[in-house]
Design a protein around this ligand. Sequence first.
Ligand code: ADP
Ligand code: MG
Length: 356
Amino acid sequence: MATIELDQVDKHYGSYHALRNISFEIADGEFLVLVGPSGCGKSTLLRSLAGLEEISSGTIKLGGNRVDNIAARDRDVAMVFQNYALYPHMTVRENMAFALKLRGETLTSRNAKVDKAAEMLRLTAYLDRYPKALSGGQRQRVAMGRAMVRSPKAFFFDEPLSNLDAALRVDMRSEIKALHQRLGATSVYVTHDQIEAMTMADRIVVLRDGKVEQIGAPLELYDKPANTFVAGFIGSPAMNMLPAAIDVSLKTARLADGLALPLPSGTRAKSGQEVIYGIRPDQWSLSKGDTGVPAIVELIEPTGAEILVAAQLAGKRVLCAFRERHAIKPGDQIRLEVDPVAAHVFDRQTGQRIAP
Ligand code: ADP
Ligand code: MG
């Protein structure tokens, strides 16, 4: 196991700047998730850590030693891919033992390591099967087992669950998390799925266009997104973002149509400053009197635990998630209130957070 340190890592593919000045550290035993939209550079960054891509500048250290200038096979790390990459003509046991055999380990030593990994992965009963006789989830576990038997310094996962159906993905993500808790191995996990990132990570790195937008624990990113990109990317359904202008004396953000919502105390902004006022769907509440701002209900979606209500507010569609069973229907006028503590305020030009 090992720490991983990236310092000012840049990667160019010809004229395309795929990774931009990336610096962060991963603690020994940490489960770090790289998340971001398709094409933002997640695989490029992971492959650079593994030595499958050469970086253009900067340094990468593994366990304190510089590795960006050494070959993938000498870095002692293991990759687990989306497409398992199992050998079809080998049994599960042979697949898992293959790297050990190449290293020249004895049969006894190979079997001991495979048996131990198979037990942790609940694959003991399948060791003599061929990959074609396994489910997608079992194949993915074999791919992990093949990595585990080598006891690498770090595990790198590139969207390993993308080929599985939704229910199995949920199972496998708790399985990988439980496995990590037992092994305690430094892991870097790539996904475009923010829920996967939130549920699995010790810390998340949000990437966009090859740049780090924010690094933090899942709830830090959710509670204090550093900018509008992270605010919109983390959380489902997504945060409502309303264009507004600050009125310092009234401690409000003025929306279109002369409506105003309360500012969180300590918002560092000037009167007239143009902002984005962000509010998560579950942070609206329905006013019982004439407080709050008026909105017209457009659509109602009961999910069971919540009722999702889409409404027009100051010329924008907003989404509200109510846990109470309000008797409202499309066309109704409602009044929405916000606890200012729950509001997020961002500068409209820079997109950066300005609320405390
Ligand atoms: P992600 O995994 O986040 O979806 P990638 O890291 O695969 O994104 O790719 C990041 C960007 O780099 C994309 O725009 C992609 O087209 C580009 N890219 C990736 N690999 C190459 C390559 N070998 N040559 C040129 N461009 C590449
Ligand atoms: Mg990718």
